[in-house]
Design a protein around this ligand. Structure first.
Ligand SMILES: Nc1ncnc2c1ncn2[C@@H]1O[C@H](COP(=O)(O)OP(=O)(O)OP(=O)(O)O)[C@@H](O)[C@H]1O
Ligand SMILES: [Mg+2]
Length: 278
């Protein structure tokens, strides 16, 4: 392309010299839409390839009830959840999914990880999981992950996103926190978060971004962030979450974003041998 442009410019200059007319400023050659798309696709692939990779220990994940690394009877409930979530997201053009719960310990991080690994088994998808429970981070420990920086530092504007992010396989990137952060609500609702998210969406072009959020009843961190997502999943613990809490949280979520559904977790009596259900 450059050679052709140079040759055209040279021919034009020679012609103008012969006619005595001034040489006009070189105009860029028309760029075809397919060429632009190909360049963008190359840039996105290069950005993914540049992320440091990691391989989690399957046994460690299993101990933490993360069971979707490979397909099997245990992964089935999450694979079903993945398929339904994807359907809804594609139908509505949603890409950013928050996972939250009324109280702590309902299984948000477990659901987020299982959903992320289940989605990543579809090679045509690009998936990003961001740990936004900044006060009580757990993902680094669950995954045995040691990035250079915490996502909280990225949200403060102190570090590049790439320092907190690691790639699993070709199509799943996870950014975690190495320690609890202060001023979590301010970080989540502050001015840096939206620009980082926008840059991330452009650079990595993910099909799905999962946000592992804090519980809603303990702090206003989640409420502060919900306007930035397209939809949210509410995880309730079968034996500990009160129906009234689920109802209140669902209403609060609905005031800020789309409610994708409610996941009833930690069900002890189910036909399937794993305790998840809608
Ligand atoms: N379906 C399940 N069956 C058994 N144990 C589970 C299940 N789901 C989650 N757990 C366990 O419950 C604990 C809490 O789960 P998890 O950390 O995913 O919850 P959380 O909602 O993210 O908690 P937090 O509010 O602290 O962020 C973990 O030890 C996890 O392994
Ligand atoms: Mg959690």
């Amino acid at each position: 392309m450059e050679k052709i442009q140079a040759a055209i410019a040279k021919a034009r200059a020679t012609r103008d010299a012969q006619t005595g007319l001034p040489t006009p400023l070189a105009t860029p050659a028309a760029v075809l839409p397919e060429e632009l798309a190909a360049t963008a696709a190359q840039d996105i692939a290069a950005a993914w390839a540049a992320l440091p990779g990691f391989t989690p220990d399957p046994l460690r994940l299993r101990e933490h009830h993360v069971v979707t690394l490979s397909v099997g009877s245990e992964s089935a409930p999450f694979d079903g959840m993945r398929t339904r979530a994807l359907q809804q997201m594609r139908t509505n053009g949603w890409r950013k999914l928050a996972i939250t719960s009324p109280g702590p310990g309902c299984g948000k991080s477990t659901v987020a990880l299982n959903l992320a690994f289940s989605l990543a088994r579809q090679p045509d998808l690009r998936v990003i999981l961001l740990e936004l429970d900044l006060r009580r981070p757990t993902l680094a420990r669950t995954l045995g992950l040691h990035p250079d920086a915490s996502l909280a530092e990225v949200l403060k504007g102190n570090e590049a996103l790439e320092a907190a992010m690691r790639r699993y396989g070709n199509n799943l990137a996870i950014a975690v926190n190495l320690a609890p952060a202060r001023a979590a609500a301010e970080l989540l609702s502050g001015p840096v978060a939206p620009s980082i998210l926008d840059a991330m969406m452009a650079r990595y072009a993910p099909d799905v971004v999962i946000f592992d959020m804090p519980p809603m009843l303990a702090t206003d961190d989640t409420i502060a962030f919900l306007p930035r997502v397209d939809c949210a999943l509410l995880v309730a613990a079968a034996e500990t979450t009160a129906v009234k809490e689920i109802d209140n949280c669902e209403r609060e979520i609905a005031a800020q974003t789309n409610v994708m559904g409610i996941v009833l977790n930690k069900c002890r009596y189910m036909e399937a041998d794993y305790g998840y259900g809608y």
